[in-house]
Design a protein around this ligand. Structure first.
Ligand code: ADP
Ligand code: MG
Length: 709
C-alpha cells in the first residue's frame, strides 16, 4: 500500500483527468451509465470476491471513487442481503439520509423501500429494506436489543477515519460479534447437541471498514491484519491557492474571496467552510447585502446555510439544483466535509477553522463539554479541497498560508479521547460491557471514565458497586441523554410526563427555539413577555409549546396524526387552518416554528418509547409547576449551582463559578439556587437553559436519585 498526503501546492489528487471531454452527467447518460463509469466499477467483481473471501475488509479509496454509494449496491446485487440486511454507518445524519436518497434513485425504488435509512428520531425503512444507511449512533443503539446485530449480514463502517465515539464503540463490538457469530478461534463449524453441524444456524457477519486514505494500517491491525484494498479515485484536479498572509478575520476574508470568485470566475457553485452557526449567519447576511449592491449583469447569489442544527428539510435544500443565472453559495460547517456530494460545487473557500467538542473532566466532578473554535488538520483541509473536484476540475481558496497548512496536525484526535462518556457507558453497561474491558482502538483516560461513572451514579443509574440499576436500564431504553431520560422517568412518579416530554423534546431538537435579531430586541421582548415564566427557561419553553398548540385551535400540532389518530376530510381542513394560524403565531412572536415542528415529531417518538416502557405519556399535572421542575432537577442533579455573595453562581459539584448566559430569561436574576442544561465556555463559563429551584429540593436531590435507585 503506497500513498502519502499529497503536496499542498499541487492538486490534492494526482490521478486526475487532465484532458478529454468531461464525463457525461448522470441526467444525460442515464444513472446506470453513470454508475458504470465510476472508478470503483472496474474493480467491482474483484471487490465482491474479496469481501466474500474475508470476514473483514478494509477498503481505502479516494473521495468520489464510489465507495459509499456503490459498495452496498454491489453487495446487494451479489446476493449478500439474502442472509440479512446490509447496514452502512455514517458519522453524520445528513449523510445517512442524503446517501439513502441518492442510492434509492440509483436503484429506482422509493426511499424507505429496498433502500432505507435510520437516524435518531427519524426512520425510513420497511420490511422490504435490504440496505440501510444509518448513523453510527443508531447502530450502537441497536446493540441494546440485539447484541449480535443478527439482523445484519453485512456491516459497512464508512468514514471510519473520523473516529467518532460511536464508531469506536461499534468497532470494538464488531470485533466481539465476529468472534461470536463467525466462531473465530473456537474451531469454525458450530455443532449442535446431536453433534451434527448445522450450517443454516450459522449466520456469519461480514464487516467492511471504509476510510479515506489515512490510518488504514491501524484499522487492519485492529482486525487481526485484515485485508486492505485500495481503490483509485477519479477525482478531478483541484487547484489550490493559499493566502499570502495569515488572516485575522476569517469571516471577512471569506466574504472578499467569495466576491472575487463571483465577479471574476466562470459559473460554478461555491462552498465555504466555516466553524459554526454564528459565523455562517453573519457571513450569509453580509453576502446577501453586498450581492444586492452589485451592478446589473452579474448572476444572482443564492445563499444556503448548512449546519447540524438545521432540520433535514432545510438541509435538503442544499442539494436542489441551482436556478439558472444564479450562483449558489453554500455556507457550511464540517458537516459538508465528507461523505456527501453537493452537485454543482466548483469552488471551495476554506477558512481553516472548525468547532470541536471537548469534554473537560474535573477530577472532583462537574466536568463539562466545551465547544471551541480551533484550526483544522491536514486531513480536514484535503477533504475540504476535494469537495471542489467531485464533478469536474475545481478550485480551492485556503484562507491560511502554505506554512500554516504544512504545520497542521495530520488528523483529528479520536472523539473517545475528548468527549463525555456517560451516555455511551450507560448503553454499554446495558449490554453487560464495561468500557474498561472493551477492546478499543484507543482507550479513554481514567478521569473521563470516572467522571462519567460519577454522573451515572448521581443519576441513580449505577449503585455504589458500579452495578447497573433498574433505573439505569430504564434510562438507557429512552433515546435521550441520561439527564433527560432521568427527568422523564422522574415525571412518571410525579405525574407530569406530558409536560416533561414537551420540554425535553424541544431540548432534543436541533434548532434554537427563540429567534434573535439585534435590531428588534425591544419588540421581541414585548412579544414574548406573555410566556416568560418567572422560574426560568424550562417552564418558558413549556409555555411556548402550549401557546403554539393553542394558536392552532385544535389539540395536537401534528399533521401526521401519528399519535392523535386519523383525520377525515373535515379534520384535514381544520388542520390546514390550524397550521397556518400556528405559523403566523410563531412569526409574530419571533419563534422558530421549525424547531417546534421538529420537537413535535421528536415528542411523537418519545411517546412511543414511553408506551413501550410502561410510562403514561398523557399524565399531566395541569398548571402546577413544582412537579415539572422537580422532575427536571432529578436529571440535572449534577448541573446545579448556588448563588455566591458576589452574585455569581458556584457549581455544587465542581469548583467553577458560572454566570447565567445572556440569552436566558434568568439572565439578570438573583435566586438562591439554579439548575441548568449545559455550560458553555467562551470568555466566561456560562450556564444555559436555566431555572430557579427552591433550596429545599435542591438539598434532597442527590439523595433522591440515590434513594430511588
Ligand atoms: P465516495 O464514497 O468514494 O467518496 P460516493 O459513492 O459518495 O463516493 O460518490 C461517487 C460519485 O457519485 C460522486 O463523485 C458523484 O459523481 C456521484 N454522486 C454521489 N452522490 C450524488 C448526488 N447526491 N448527486 C449527484 N451525484 C452524486
Ligand atoms: Mg464516501
Amino acid at each position: 500500500l503506497k500513498h502519502a498526503p499529497q503536496a499542498h501546492s499541487t492538486p490534492p489528487r494526482k490521478k486526475a483527468r487532465t484532458s478529454g471531454p468531461p464525463p457525461p452527467s448522470p441526467a444525460k447518460a442515464g444513472i446506470q451509465e453513470h454508475r458504470k463509469q465510476l472508478p470503483i466499477a472496474k474493480g467491482k467483481d474483484a471487490l465482491v470476491q474479496e469481501i466474500r473471501a474475508n470476514d473483514v475488509t478494509v477498503l481505502l479509496g479516494e473521495t468520489g471513487s464510489g465507495k459509499t454509494t456503490q459498495i452496498p449496491q454491489y453487495l446487494l446485487e451479489a446476493g449478500f442481503a439474502d442472509a440479512g440486511m446490509i447496514g452502512i454507518t455514517q458519522p453524520r445524519k445528513v449523510a445517512a439520509t442524503e446517501l439513502a436518497a441518492r442510492v434509492s434513485v440509483e436503484q429506482g425504488t422509493p426511499l424507505g423501500g429496498l433502500i432505507g435509512y435510520g437516524i435518531r428520531f427519524d426512520e425510513k425503512s420497511s420490511a422490504a429494506t435490504r440496505v440501510k444507511y444509518m448513523t453510527d449512533g443508531m447502530l450502537t443503539r441497536e446493540l441494546l436489543g440485539d447484541p449480535l446485530l443478527s439482523k445484519y449480514a453485512v456491516i459497512i463502517v464508512d468514514e471510519a477515519h473520523e473516529r467518532t465515539l460511536r464508531t469506536d464503540l461499534l468497532l470494538a463490538n464488531l470485533k466481539r460479534i465476529l468472534r461470536e457469530r463467525n466462531g473465530k478461534g473456537e474451531g469454525k463449524p458450530q455443532v449442535n447437541g446431536k453433534g451434527k453441524e448445522r450450517e443454516k444456524d450459522r449466520n456469519p457477519l461480514k464487516v467492511v471498514i471504509m476510510s479515506a486514505t489515512l490510518d488504514a494500517e491501524k484499522f487492519s491491525q485492529f482486525f487481526s491484519n485484515a485485508k486492505i484494498i485500495y481503490v483509485k479515485g477519479r477525482q478531478h484536479p483541484v487547484k489550490i491557492f493559499h493566502a499570502a498572509q495569515g488572516q485575522t478575520d476569517y469571516v471577512d476574508a471569506a466574504l472578499r474571496t467569495f466576491f472575487q470568485v463571483h465577479v471574476d470566475q466562470p459559473p460554478g457553485d461555491v462552498l465555504i467552510f466555516l466553524p459554526g452557526q454564528e459565523d455562517i449567519e453573519s457571513l450569509e447576511k453580509s453576502i446577501q447585502m453586498f450581492a444586492r449592491q452589485l451592478p446589473p449583469g452579474h448572476d444572482e447569489v443564492l445563499t444556503v446555510p448548512m449546519y447540524a442544527a438545521l432540520s433535514g428539510a432545510q438541509l435538503h435544500r442544499t442539494f436542489a439544483p441551482t436556478p439558472r443565472k444564479t450562483r449558489k453559495c453554500i455556507l457550511a460547517t464540517n458537516i459538508a466535509e465528507t461523505s456527501i456530494t453537493i452537485p454543482g460545487v466548483r469552488y471551495v473557500i476554506d477558512t481553516g477553522k472548525v468547532k470541536e467538542k471537548r469534554y473537560l473532566a474535573g477530577s472532583t466532578g462537574g466536568g463539562f463539554d466545551t465547544l471551541l473554535t480551533r484550526d483544522i488538520n491536514k486531513s480536514n483541509a484535503m477533504q475540504r479541497a476535494g469537495r471542489a473536484g467531485r464533478e469536474g476540475p475545481g478550485f480551492c481558496y485556503r484562507l491560511y498560508t502554505e506554512d500554516a497548512f504544512l504545520g497542521m496536525a495530520a488528523s483529528t484526535e479520536p472523539e473517545i479521547l475528548r468527549c463525555s462518556l456517560a451516555q455511551a457507558m450507560l448503553q454499554l453497561l446495558c449490554i453487560g460491557q464495561d468500557i474498561q474491558d472493551l477492546d478499543l482502538m484507543d482507550m479513554p483516560d481514567v478521569d473521563a471514565i470516572s467522571s462519567a461513572l460519577r454522573t451515572l451514579f448521581l443519576l441513580g443509574a449505577l449503585d455504589s458497586q458500579r452495578e447497573l440499576t433498574d433505573l439505569g436500564r430504564a434510562m438507557a431504553a429512552l433515546p435521550l441523554e441520561p439527564t433527560h431520560a432521568r427527568a422523564v422517568l422522574a415525571s412518571k412518579d410525579l405525574n407530569c410526563t406530558a409536560e416533561v416530554l414537551d420540554i425535553v423534546s424541544v431540548l432534543s431538537a436541533n434548532g434554537a427555539l427563540f429567534l434573535d435579531a439585534t435590531d428588534k430586541r425591544a419588540e421581541i421582548a414585548e412579544a414574548r413577555r406573555k410566556f416568560i415564566h418567572r422560574s426560568g427557561d424550562h417552564l418558558t419553553i413549556l409555555n411556548t409549546v402550549r401557546a403554539y398548540r393553542a394558536a392552532g385551535g385544535a389539540d395536537g400540532e401534528n399533521a401526521s396524526g401519528h399519535v392523535n389518530g386519523h383525520g377525515d376530510g373535515e379534520e384535514e381542513k381544520e388542520e390546514k387552518v390550524g397550521r397556518s394560524a400556528r405559523k403566523e403565531w410563531a412569526r409574530a412572536h419571533f419563534i422558530n416554528e421549525r424547531t417546534l415542528r421538529e420537537a413535535s415529531s421528536i415528542r411523537d417518538q418519545l411517546r412511543l418509547s414511553c408506551t413501550r416502557a410502561g410510562i403514561d405519556w398523557r399524565a399531566s399535572c395541569g398548571e402546577q409547576e413544582d412537579p415539572v421542575l422537580l422532575s427536571l432537577a432529578h436529571g440535572l442533579a449534577q448541573n446545579t449551582a448556588l448563588i455566591a455573595p458576589d452574585g455569581s453562581y458556584k457549581q455544587v459539584m465542581g469548583q467553577s463559578v458560572v454566570k447565567i448566559h445572556p440569552s436566558s430569561s434568568m439572565a439578570d436574576k438573583k435566586v438562591p439556587a439554579i439548575i441548568y442544561d449545559e455550560l458553555v465556555y467562551t470568555n466566561h463559563i456560562y450556564a444555559r437553559g436555566v431555572s430557579s429551584i427552591s433550596k429545599s429540593y435542591f438539598n434532597s436531590l442527590g439523595a433522591f436519585n440515590r434513594r430511588e435507585a
